[in-house]
Design a protein around this ligand. Structure first.
Ligand code: 6PG
Length: 474
């Protein structure tokens, strides 16, 4: 009997995906560069379903029914190329290769085109949810040709997370669209985590909350509209006591946030697309700055505020909840704006409502909130910004006074809130009737004759700044 699907790369993500497939009744051929991993999988989990051990890619390919489906779950970049180089020559036309790693979408576009020339269908699929998600149901974001998706759909639906009977998987769009959307998912993940971290810092720095007290506050947030996986795990982490010292865990962890790079990619791409994802950028920079010991040492003696008035406790907690919610709306609005821009630039026609829908479960940013985003785009697929959706507009209108008080309090207390503050700046920028960008245009024209346009007359103009200051059409 041939296997239905194969998985190569049996580190924890690949292993759990293979187990998920087997547990859902698929016969899975499994392969790893080192045979011990394959044997270990069979030894530990062989009873969970039907596994076919393969000790070479040739064996893996030979054990599969046609068209063959091979999931590659190895490190992004060079290691993925190395596997493809060996695997693809063994395949036939119409076979499907799924790259389920965190690949850069530009690599996925290149690989998809290269494999298409040989008639092999390449599906770059974003998979989110960490180890647990891979095993119990991730959110899956496949790109590639729709014929490949049609072929994979029943299998993917059987292993994806499920929200009220709807599996968290959809065909995102052609070639690199799936990995692109996964990249932006991670950018949003960074922004969301940063906003939550700032909120914790405010509760502590302004109200003097202990980590355990903030855990309680986050639990109460989790019971409301902020309900999400990230808020839930935040409470767990804050409540955790370090075994070694008996101190709160957050107090013994080095305060230097690391990153593997998907957030950085998001911002790099946003710069290319001129999509202003300031919240994601602030989150990436906040991680970099936290790890920059040289800069932090240089700044450690700088003076802080000489005293600030502590706000009333309950009011401040309520304000912080509003500020976090409003900032979260902005972060997601920016992320979805980038997906819209990318979809347009690369010709993908991504349906934003279905992206929001498949993020409701399985992935790291899963949240109640995403159902509101889905509804917003379903109602109006051409929505220019989530901030313009009536529901979100109302939420922002209700939150804005609290949001301003929180940003002001943070400044008075000298607590850095780049995420929350930049989100408010974005909101106020979108709101503004006039922006000082007019002055910037004037400055550019002054020193470089870069020209400007006028509000009242069509055309491009320049003023003779060094001469008689007359204006003429450029
Ligand atoms: C997911 C996560 C995952 C990634 C982590 C770590 O959706 O399951 O995004 O893909 O490994 O986010 O990323 P950093 O190391 O960059 O924080």
């Amino acid at each position: 009997d041939k296997a239905h699907i194969g998985v190569t790369g049996l580190a924890v993500m690949g292993r759990n995906l293979a187990r998920n497939l087997a547990r859902n009744g698929h016969r899975v051929a499994v392969h790893n560069r080192h045979r011990e991993r394959t044997d270990e999988l069979l030894e530990l989990f062989g009873s969970e379903g039907e596994f076919v051990p393969s000790y070479s890619l040739r064996e893996l390919v030979d054990s599969l029914e046609r068209p063959r489906r091979v999931v590659v779950m190895v490190k992004a970049g060079g290691p993925t190329d190395a596997v493809l180089e060996e695997l693809v020559p063994l395949l036939d036309e119409q076979d499907i290769v799924v790259d389920a790693g965190n690949a850069n979408f530009e690599d996925t576009r290149r690989r998809e085109a290269e494999l298409a020339e040989r008639g092999v269908r390449f599906v770059g699929a974003g998979v989110s949810g960490g180890e647990e998600g891979a095993l119990h149901g991730p959110s899956i974001m496949p790109g590639g040709a729709s014929s490949a998706y049609r072929d994979l759909e029943p299998t993917l639906r059987s292993i994806a997370a499920d929200v009220e009977g709807t599996p968290c998987v959809t065909h995102v769009g052609p070639d690199g669209a799936g990995h692109f959307v996964k990249m932006v998912h991670n950018g949003i993940e960074y922004a969301d985590m940063q906003l939550i971290a700032e909120t914790y810092d405010l509760l502590r720095g302004v109200l003097g909350h202990t980590p355990a007290q903030s855990a309680e506050t986050f639990r109460s947030f989790d019971r409301g509209r902020l309900n999400s996986y990230l808020i839930g795990i935040t409470a767990e982490v804050l409540d955790h006591t370090d075994e070694r010292t008996g101190r709160p865990f957050v107090d013994v962890v080095l305060d230097q946030a690391e990153q593997k790079g998907t957030g950085r990619w998001t911002v790099q791409n946003a710069l290319e697309l001129a999509s202003p994802v300031s919240g994601i950028a602030e989150a990436v920079f906040a991680r970099s700055l936290s790890g920059n010991t040289e800069l932090r040492a240089a700044g450690s003696g700088l003076p802080g505020p000489r005293g600030a008035r502590t706000p009333e406790r309950e009011q401040f907690v309520a304000d912080v909840e509003q500020a976090l919610y409003a900032s979260k709306i902005v972060a997601y609005a920016q992320g979805f704006d980038q997906i819209r821009a990318g979809s347009h630039a690369y010709g993908w026609e991504i349906d934003l409502a279905s992206v929001a829908a498949i993020w409701r479960g399985g992935c790291i940013i899963r949240a109640k909130f995403l159902d509101r985003i889905r509804a917003a785009y379903e109602q109006n697929p051409g929505l220019a910004s989530l901030l313009a959706d009536e529901d979100f507009r109302q939420a922002l209108s209700g939150a804005q006074e609290s949001w301003r008080r929180v940003v002001a309090t943070a400044a008075e207390f000298g607590l850095p809130t780049p995420g929350i503050s930049s989100a408010l700046a974005y909101y106020d920028t979108l709101r503004a009737e006039r922006l000082p960008a007019a002055l910037v245009q004037g400055q550019r024209d002054y020193f470089g004759a870069h020209t400007y346009r006028r509000t009242d007359v069509d055309g491009v103009f320049h003023t003779e700044w060094a001469g008689d200051r007359s204006e003429h059409e450029a």
